[in-house]
Design a protein around this ligand. Structure first.
Ligand code: ATP
Length: 273
């Protein structure tokens, strides 16, 4: 996933997974080629600023540069702003905070990766996260998305920096254990929007957790199995690269067939543009 000459931007949230990722990366790769980026989501009562000082010190000890920014500063609207605008317009929630937040964070990570001229963006998605995402997309029958999730898949735009998930085969309990023995100070408050998390993911998480109790190792087997089935498809897709269209509003790459990207669509809808 990472070659000796690579420069990597790591998304660090203040949570255990991205901490474990940063720690391992700084040990196996040249720390001067790693940058940590923490994005504040602008959620009242859930400020990343509280953990940034601790994270900065952690990065300093690892020899890694660390920077921070916020969704509002980069894109004009934070998560709370988006949710308030939505409630004002529809008197209900049509798009979850997690959807807006995920799209915004990915966009910012990619923009910073371009600015700093790095060639990989790494996130701390663990095995449990990855198995849930695979299963969600299998249940939705979304083959294109499954192909994109595979570690060998290519990006389809000059403006997109390759995303990698180096700890995707590591169980969540293992990252928790490592963070614990390393005495890592977790962000203690939970995101107030947690209850709006997509129910399909929450249901799958509970189901798999339950099965794993009786059949230990089931998640790693599933990940390897799906990776293996997808590999020939990924390789054949890589030989026919497509160039994604650009959003007519913001100029960022968007999915085939779209005129404006998902981010602009979400914001424009609630703003009545
Ligand atoms: N605010 C953020 N700033 C930068 N990167 C982030 C942020 N939130 C999440 N990420 C990146 O996306 C990954 C997955 O995020 P998710 O929200 O699923 O958190 P998680 O599974 O609890 O991981 P973590 O323990 O690192 O918070 C994180 O490991 C991190 O690399």
């Amino acid at each position: 996933m990472i070659l000796p000459g690579d420069t990597v931007l790591v998304g660090v949230s203040g949570g255990k997974d991205s901490y474990v990722l940063l720690k391992i990366l700084a040990e196996v790769h040249n720390p001067s080629k790693i940058i940590g980026l923490m994005i504040d989501e602008n959620i009242h009562g859930y400020s990343r600023a509280d953990v940034f000082d601790f994270l900065k010190k952690t990065c300093h000890d690892l020899g890694v540069d660390c920077i921070n920014t916020s969704i509002k500063k980069e894109l004009g609207y934070g998560v709370d702003d988006f949710m308030l605008m939505q409630i004002k317009k529809y008197s209900s929630i049509k798009v979850s905070a997690c959807t807006f937040c995920g799209i915004a964070r990915r966009r910012i990570l990619n923009a910073y990766a371009r600015t700093f001229n790095v060639n990989k963006v790494a996130t701390g998605h663990n095995l449990d996260d990855e198995v849930q995402t695979y299963l969600i997309n299998i249940l939705r029958g979304d083959l294109m998305r499954l192909i994109q999730l595979h570690p060998l898949s290519m990006t389809h735009s000059k403006l997109l920096v390759k995303r990698i998930k180096p700890i995707r085969a590591i169980y969540e309990y293992e990252t928790s254990f490592m963070a614990y023995i390393e005495n890592f100070k977790f962000q203690e408050t939970e995101c107030p929007y947690i209850l709006q998390r997509p129910t399909l993911r929450a249901r799958i998480r509970e189901l798999i957790k339950d099965i794993e109790k009786f059949y230990p190792g089931i998640q790693i087997k599933l990940l390897k199995y799906v990776d293996e089935i997808l590999e020939p498809l990924v390789k054949s897709t890589n030989t026919k690269p497509i160039e994604l269209p650009l959003c007519s509003k913001c100029g960022e790459p968007t999915s085939p067939g779209r005129i404006i990207c998902k981010f602009c669509e979400l914001v424009n809808e609630v703003l009545n543009i």
